[in-house]
Ligand binder design. Structure first.
Ligand SMILES: [Zn+2]
Length: 51
């Protein structure tokens, strides 16, 4: 499983929302980190929404 930084996920998710595409969150997930610590959340690897 891949990881992503929380701030990176937020900015990518905003871009996705601006694209006005749909996502069914079936693209796999990314484990969200803040610095070196897992936040306990997961992000969609397509739209970067919290799952
Ligand atoms: Zn998604």
């Amino acid at each position: 499983m891949n990881n992503i930084q929380m701030n990176e996920a937020e900015s990518r998710h905003k871009k996705f929302l601006e694209s006005e595409e749909d996502c069914d969150h079936q693209y796999g997930k990314l484990k969200e980190y803040y610095l070196g610590t897992a936040t306990g959340d997961y992000r969609c690897s397509n739209c970067y929404a919290e799952l």
